[in-house]
Design a protein. Structure first.
Lengths: 251, 371
């Protein structure tokens, strides 16, 4: 079970969270805070692993609370999911390693995905704890998640959720399960940020997540295609073929 | 203030004029062989000082009396400026005479006041002409400035008016679509709480985007299409998969500028008057292309074709589309096209063509990378 604290000054907002979280297995709400001081005391007393935090609270704002909690006085600091009606703090929240940023009003679906993400992070943290190393595998050289705004929402996207990326002139389209997001970004810049162990450029205008590759197929016209686990097919340039073959033989 | 009214340029121009007259006199003196008496230097000095003095006087008139010069009526001109012109002409002559005691040449030495009278006799008329030319010039400048100010104010007013119109037109769009969506949510709340919840979230996302844009009139196509995709996703929920949606945008057009919320009324229209009348196999296609320097957006929907009231713009159907048309007119004048036509099998196509323009700098986007 993940002990969880809810912090929001509005009764109805807390009520909604409490009700929706009731259906989430593993989440156990251990307390609810109405003000900043109350929340900090609660966290001290209950040592939760997860904190749902509203950004605007009486006393201090959510970031002040987060700073207070992460200052080392409380070990281990809880993981934070921000819940707010304001979208302008997303980058700050991302920078202090918040798990997710839920814009009010959010749906059950959206909350579930945030909880799922928290669950993964917490279990990964426990594993690392037992393995005795806290440094991440790639030594922080590569991006493991991206924050952006898409369709009026804030998305904290773990790169592992990306299936493939395609270039569209000055933009890139990031495809995930069932969704795609258009970002003003260049392929070269994005490729630089992504771990080459995980992502492979297969074409001038596409990058694929190797975790989602099922096979490389020779088409009838002699061209090559990368087939993803979900059946999607990407054409591949000859020049990039050796790179994927190398990867296929290694794995 | 026009740059020629800067004291240095102003007095400089007068002195230059004096120099030209001096040259003219020098040439005429030479042709009459009278130049033996006077040097070019002398002629130059006499004329230049003369016009320099007038330059200073006229500039001071402009400096101290511009309001009076520009506003003077006939009475004021006769009662104030006529005596002033004579007084200044005499004053200028006195100063000039005291600078050049050796003039006139070739005549016996005269007393100071005698010399003033001698020169005035020859120059008074010239001096008056200079004064009144200056007077008219300054008055002309006043009229010109007034004209420019009025013109500027008119342009300002026109822009403000156009902006107000555009704002009003954009304001018309939101509530319309807001209330329709609210109604759908209200209806879903009776039957499907999760769907109502989802739709409320979608509506909030749309509102968030709209509020964020604020008053900006022209936005990148990528933003408009993002909005349209969200709107289509919401419509899809209302029509529960009865309508197939296709969007096709040439990627190099994502940064092209289009009026904000241009397409939403067109698509809303396609749903309310076409697709909502079909119970299966609906189709809506949004297609954005470039034709040379024109951006062409077409929306094709299946339905029951056009009915007569659609074309004359009467009834509710007209509101959304008339709004789109008005805004295109305000943004692009005659450089746009708007067509609505019936294709085969009850399909309707709305085509918008507008001048292709790109934003000078790309909009700042929130994107961050990290661990």
């Amino acid at each position: 079970m993940i002990p969880t604290v809810l912090a929001d000054d509005e009764v109805l907002a807390r009520q909604k969270l409490r009700q929706l979280l009731r259906d989430e297995r593993e989440i156990e709400v251990v307390g609810e805070g109405m003000t900043a001081a109350e929340t900090i005391d609660l966290v001290r007393a209950t040592r939760p692993q997860l904190l749902f935090l509203d950004i605007q609270m009486p006393g201090m704002d959510g970031f002040d609370i987060a700073t207070e909690l992460c200052s080392g006085k409380i070990e281990p600091a809880p993981h934070i999911i921000f819940t707010t009606a304001h979208d302008q703090y997303a980058l700050r929240a991302f920078e202090i390693h918040a798990i997710d940023y839920l814009l009010k009003p959010f749906t059950r679906e959206r909350l579930s995905s945030a909880v799922e993400r928290a669950r993964k992070v917490i279990s990964l943290g426990n594993q690392q704890m037992t393995a005795g190393s806290s440094a991440s595998r790639n030594g922080n050289r590569y991006t493991t998640r991206i924050v952006f705004k898409s369709r009026g929402r804030i998305v904290f996207l773990p790169v592992s959720d990306i299936r493939w990326i395609s270039a569209e002139e000055n933009y890139v389209r990031i495809s995930t399960q069932g969704e795609s997001h258009l970002l003003r970004e260049t392929m070269a810049h994005l490729e630089e940020k992504l771990d080459p162990e995980m992502f492979l450029r297969v074409h001038r205008s596409s990058i694929v997540n190797l975790q989602h590759v099922k096979e490389v197929r020779t088409e009838t016209d002699g061209e090559y295609a990368v087939v993803l686990v979900n059946g999607e097919k990407l054409t591949m340039s000859r020049g990039y073929r050796s790179r994927i073959n190398e990867w296929l033989t290694h794995s | 203030m026009p740059s020629f009214l800067h004291p240095v340029t102003f007095v400089g121009a007068f002195t230059l004029l004096g120099m030209l007259f001096a040259l003219q006199e020098w040439v005429s003196l030479r042709s009459w062989n009278n130049h033996i008496l006077v040097t070019l230097k002398m002629v130059m000095a006499a004329w230049c000082v003369h016009y320099f003095l007038w330059g200073v006087i006229c500039w001071m008139l402009w400096w101290r009396l511009r309001q009076q010069i520009q506003k003077a009526g006939w009475f004021s001109i006769v009662a104030h400026f006529l005596p002033l012109s004579v007084a200044l002409s005499v004053l200028e002559e006195i100063i000039w005479v005291s600078i050049f005691p050796q003039l006139p040449l070739g005549l016996p030495r005269m007393a100071f006041w005698h010399r003033v009278a001698f020169h005035l006799d020859a120059d008074l008329m010239d001096n008056l002409v200079i004064f009144w030319t200056g007077f008219l010039l300054l008055r002309g400048v006043g009229y010109y400035q007034l004209y420019r100010e009025k013109e500027y104010a008119t342009v300002q007013l026109e822009t403000q008016f156009a902006n107000a119109q555009l704002r009003a037109l954009r304001m018309q769009l939101n509530p319309h679509f807001l209330f329709n969506t609210m109604n759908s949510i209200s209806s879903l709340m009776q039957t499907d709480i999760a769907a109502a919840d989802k739709m409320l979230e979608q509506l909030c996302s749309l509102l968030r985007i709209t509020l964020e844009r604020g008053d900006v009139q022209l936005i990148p196509l990528s933003d408009e299409m993002e909005f349209i995709e969200m709107y289509l996703a919401m419509q899809d929920r209302r029509f529960t998969g009865r309508v197939r949606q296709e969007i096709c945008v040439e990627p190099d057009l994502y940064d092209a500028l289009v009026p904000a919320m241009l397409l939403q009324p067109v698509i809303e229209n396609a749903y309310t008057h076409g697709l909502s009348r079909l119970d299966h196999d609906g189709l809506i296609v949004v297609d954005v292309r470039r034709h040379n320097s024109t951006l062409t957006i077409s929306v094709v929907n299946s339905g029951l074709g056009l009915r007569p009231e659609a074309l004359n713009g009467d009834g509710r159907r007209g509101v959304g589309l008339a709004n789109v048309r008005d805004r295109m007119q305000l943004h692009y004048g005659s450089h746009h096209a708007f067509h609505i036509e019936e294709l085969t099998h009850g399909k309707v196509r709305v085509t918008l063509a507008l001048p292709l323009q790109f934003s000078e700098r790309p909009t700042e986007k929130l994107t961050g990378y990290g661990v």
